[in-house]
Design a protein around this ligand. Sequence first.
Ligand code: GDG
Length: 473
Amino acid sequence: MSRLVVVSNRVPVPTPGTPPAGGLAVALSGAMKARGGLWFGWSGRTLPPDAGEPRAAQLTESEGVTYAVVDLSERDLDDYYAGFSNRMLWPLFHYRMDLTEFTRVNLAGYHRVNRLFSRLLAPQITPEDAIWVHDYHLIPLAAELRSAGCKNRMGFFLHIPFPPPDILTVLPNHADVVRSLAAYDVVGFQTPIDVENFETYVRREKIGRRLPDGRFVVHGRTVRVEAYPVGIETQTFADVAAASGRNALVRRTKESLGDRKLIIGVDRLDYSKGIAERIQAFETFLLLDPEWRGRCTYLQITPKSRGEVPEYAAMEREVAGLAGRINGTFSELDWTPLRYVNRTVGRNALAGLYRYARVGLVTPLRDGMNLVAKEFVAAQDPENPGVLLLSRFAGAASELDGALLTNPYDVDGTAGSIARALDMPLEERKDRWSSMFQRIREYDVAWWCRSFLDALENEEAAPPQAGRIAAVR
Ligand code: GDG
């Protein structure tokens, strides 16, 4: 087994006194501990204004894994991270053409940082290493590394959706983006729909074809492109949830709810998550099903994210306004319908709250996968499971067939599904839950990591023509 090099925008460098990392980081660092590894990316820190470009990554060792991080300048972060990654690729890949902002300056910054990463990473790589690059911030990295002479096996996993060609081609440099993907040996998407979108693009743009064994030839290079749906640490999460009765926050929350049924939503504050539409659906539900007033409470836990991007500040105001309106309209002296919490809750408490909830609302307008959906299922009590209300536009919908599927754009329909979920008889809840739990137990995060790495191991290391994929400047 070759050493594993993981590259992602952020690197979870273990630091004493901070809570343990989440499931993905655990799985990836587990794979690196088993075979030796290096995790490379941005440190999360900015360089002082007059500092020149960093000359080397800062290294930390922990349990057989080397963490290599790089500080970035304010300008690089503005252009590469807040700009091209989060104001162009993120909204576009989530089908939000209306929210995109494309500028040549941001695109140049995106390539500048990918080039910088390649320059600082290349000296750390040995010829036998397998390299696994994560997410939309780093699409051009393989092409950059190949230009620098790296012939290693390289894989890329896209955590967000891959949109259909009519949307992707809104990106002025869409051809370069797909050409950069072709510099990898394995490209992983979340669902078969993403693979289908990729295939349609390749066919329409006449840049390659699908081979009978499922691989693709794109720009003359053979690439394995497949769906590897991300999982969670299902059993660990289920165990934590089962033990959560001892958690003080969970206990206090239960006491404060009395006999009321708990409806829960947990999302980063992001427009892709459909939080505003969901709150409107809850409002419609209270209007149409007045008998539930006073008998249920909706808890929406929404840590802030990406405050530096203006669209996020705007949606924060919108969601807070909606929450205020609902509570103003429906609250009684002894009942508040919606509890809107704008900060992070500890992982153990979260598991306990999922378990106590009768309904989990996971209704993104578009989501690569959505791990909250899987965590909600994992956390349930098998004897009295809650109901998952899941957007058909979450990647998780292609696996979780026991969920009540909903269209988040249909506010009335979602309101009706909330009522149906609250009224669902125990037997139906158990049936629906057990098929979902089996699925996520088998296809957990360890499965995801293993199957991607197996595919990467089994692909030939960069064949000679790989050198032809020049980095796009
Ligand atoms: C991207 C893709 C894909 C949230 N609030 C709290 C908290 N969280 C945790 C959840 C979950 C994680 O954050 C969010 O994961 P998601 O999958 O829902 O969403 P993204 O952050 O957008 O992730 C997504 C994912 O990558 C993986 O490939 O599924 O589609 O967009 O684990 O539990 N955790 C704690 N407190 C909180 O308040 N402890």
